[in-house]
Design a protein around this ligand. Structure first.
Ligand code: NCD
Length: 312
């Protein structure tokens, strides 16, 4: 329990393997508790968790809400469309307001990379990054690792292909850091326009062709085409993208016969993934990822709360 000393969870980069293992081990126990409905509702009793989402979200926000509630916290959801941010309030004024309310855990999603880091310097609460711009989405990478580990028994030594719009994906960045730290081999596969320049410097192998990129891999991780973050002209058309980079059964055949198919959601069916692959009962673990999301977020809230108590 000693290996999660941090006050905030802002990024995977810089996290060491024992710390990641500790979160995954704890999350594993929450999977079982969630399935039996026996979660420890007193752990966060009397604590307040605020979900502060400046960008849309379905599964991340709801799973943080469920995670907080299952541990007994009071959970408030603030979405920007109904908050004073729309009236021109700065991020720091919002932070000061939330601080005055003495919240314990602040879960933040923001379209600017680094926004949660800034908030973490200004509030007393523990801050969890729920996705900042194109930078990181640490709990997504943790839940992906938990999903892989439960299916394969390990992450080390596996070969993982992260495919599609890597350029705009905080999910990809967090996963690259986590998977490499855990000893997996990572490939990125996509058109040159959607792969960041010099991404190989992170220690990944780069492919522009799905057949070559998927050859023999143990895990195929698809990413959403994030048009809302795109300048024009990076992708000719959705149909063209699907033809070359969309995961269908024919392209999946290049991967290992038991390769797992993952997607963080939300999916664009027929753009980056074919419906029959997304719904493939044997290969696709997309729904399991959602279940693991709740368990991982419970583990993170648990660790941060215990760390805050120990340092109080
Ligand atoms: C991702 C995100 O918001 O970064 N979604 C998620 O949290 N599951 C990926 C995406 O939006 O495509």
């Amino acid at each position: 329990m000693s290996s999660f000393p941090r006050r905030h969870l802002l990024q995977i980069e810089g996290m060491e393997r024992p710390e990641i293992d500790a979160v995954l081990d704890l999350a594993e126990s929450y999977v079982l508790l969630n399935r039996t409905g026996k979660t420890p509702r007193d752990l966060l009793r009397g604590r307040t968790l605020i979900n502060l989402f400046f960008e849309d979200s379905t599964r991340t926000r709801t799973s943080f809400e469920l995670a907080g509630k299952r541990l007994g916290a009071d959970v408030l959801n603030m979405s920007v469309s109904t908050s004073s941010v729309n009236k021109g309030e700065t991020l720091l004024d919002t932070a000061a307001t939330l601080n005055a309310m003495h919240c314990d855990l602040l879960v933040v999603r923001h379209d600017q990379s680094g926004a949660p880091h800034l908030l973490a310097q200004k509030v007393e609460a523990s801050v969890v990054n729920a996705g900042d711009g194109t930078h990181e989405h640490p709990t997504q990478a943790l839940l992906d690792a938990l999903t892989i580990r439960r299916r394969r028994g390990r992450v080390e030594g596996l070969s993982v292909a992260i495919c599609g719009d890597v350029m705009h994906s905080r999910v990809a960045r967090s996963n690259i850091h986590l998977l490499l730290t855990m000893g997996a081999r990572v490939r990125v596969v996509g058109p040159p326009t959607l792969l960041p320049a010099e991404i190989e410097r992170l220690g990944v192998e780069v492919f522009h062709d799905m057949a070559a990129g998927l050859a023999g891999v143990d895990v195929v991780m698809m990413l959403r085409l994030q048009r809302e973050r795109m300048a024009r002209g990076l992708v000719p058309s959705a149909r063209e993208f699907f033809r070359f980079y969309g995961l269908d059964q024919a392209k999946l055949a290049a991967a290992a016969p038991d390769a797992l198919v993952m997607h963080p959601g939300p999916m664009n069916r027929g753009v980056e993934i074919a419906s029959d692959v997304a719904d493939d009962p044997i290969r696709s673990v997309i729904r399991e990822q959602v279940e693991m999301g709740v368990a991982v977020r419970m583990a993170v809230l648990d660790r941060l709360t215990r760390a805050a108590l120990a340092n109080a």
